[in-house]
Design a binder for this molecule. Structure first.
Ligand SMILES: [Zn+2]
Length: 300
């Protein structure tokens, strides 16, 4: 089913990167710039993420000796440094997720570069070198983003949705690895019900979401794919949902043949395969489109 199968370490059937986006109250402030200070229930909902869920996740993953990738906006690194330190101390990877959860494809290219610079500055001030990885807030990757990420030295992105296994994004002579995601493994469409964030998904049991997450895992296992969750501590870190996450982990472990990895470890593995000539990724050349299609010019 996969045209260009990738060898995983030690003959593993598939790779699982359970990644989390630690938005905290960044996205909520970005989407409600003039009113966020007065939306107190929504503030509490988003702050559950760093204050309650992060310590819970860290404790449970330490028990299972699991080390994961957390995508964090620069503003969240500045505002919740103790939670970032807790993640780092437990050998989790911190990758960058914007500065204030800006939607890069809804602002102009100079503003995009400004916010990227703020994010990098916050990251390096607190964490030193890096980051190696990026996920565009709200998956709002613009046609300028790849060039900016390459110039900033990023080695991988995990925002696009164009494959089941790693592939590569090229602009000129430079490229980085893409670790693709999909809405099916994002917890927002399953769980988010918050009027102030503009989401009104129907509330249902965690088992319904787990049915989707598990079927994606079973297919990844069968066909050798890279399974990447895009989960948010404010959603999937809530009690019943997180209990279901741990049960899913038990299911994956019982099935066996799974390589659990942080995305920087996936990056190391793929870079090594390429350097040794053992596997070649599919390359996509960017930007895919320079401007809106000329076919629509009569409507403009
Ligand atoms: Zn986010």
């Amino acid at each position: 089913m996969i045209a260009n199968p990738i060898p995983w370490p030690d003959g593993a059937r598939c790779a699982v990167a359970m990644t989390w986006d630690v938005d905290a109250d960044s996205a909520f402030n970005w989407y409600n710039k003039d009113t966020a200070d007065n939306l107190v229930a929504a503030q509490s909902w988003t702050r559950y993420d760093p204050l309650i869920a992060i310590p819970r996740l860290v404790e449970q993953f330490a028990r299972r000796e699991l080390h994961l990738t957390f995508f964090v906006p620069g503003w969240v690194i500045e505002k919740y440094p103790a939670q970032i330190d807790l993640l780092v101390k437990n050998d989790h990877e911190i990758a960058l997720h914007g500065y204030l959860h800006e939607r890069s494809n809804e602002i102009d290219k100079d503003d995009e570069l400004y916010w990227l610079g703020r994010g990098l500055e916050a990251y390096r001030k607190h964490l030193g070198a890096g980051p190696r990885g990026w996920r565009a807030p709200s998956f709002a990757f613009s046609k300028h983003s790849l060039r900016y990420l390459l110039e900033a030295g990023f080695e991988y992105d995990s925002s696009l949705m164009g494959d089941d296994i790693p592939y590569a994004l090229r602009d000129g002579n430079a490229s980085l690895l893409e670790f693709p995601v999909d809405w099916t493994l994002d917890d927002f469409p399953h769980y988010a019900h918050n009027r102030d964030l503009g989401y009104r998904m129907p509330i249902s049991s965690p088992q319904r979401a787990m049915e989707v997450f598990r079927s994606e895992f079973d297919a990844a296992w069968e066909f050798g794919a890279l399974w990447i969750s895009v989960w948010h501590p404010a959603l999937s870190g809530r009690l019943a949902r997180f209990k279901a996450v741990l049960e899913l982990l038990d299911y994956m472990c019982a099935k066996g043949g799974v390589w659990f990895a942080r995305l920087d470890q996936v990056c190391d593995h793929v870079q090594k395969l390429i350097a040794e000539g053992r596997w070649t990724p599919r390359y996509e050349t960017f930007p895919l489109y320079q401007s809106p299609l000329p076919e629509f010019s009569k409507y403009r």
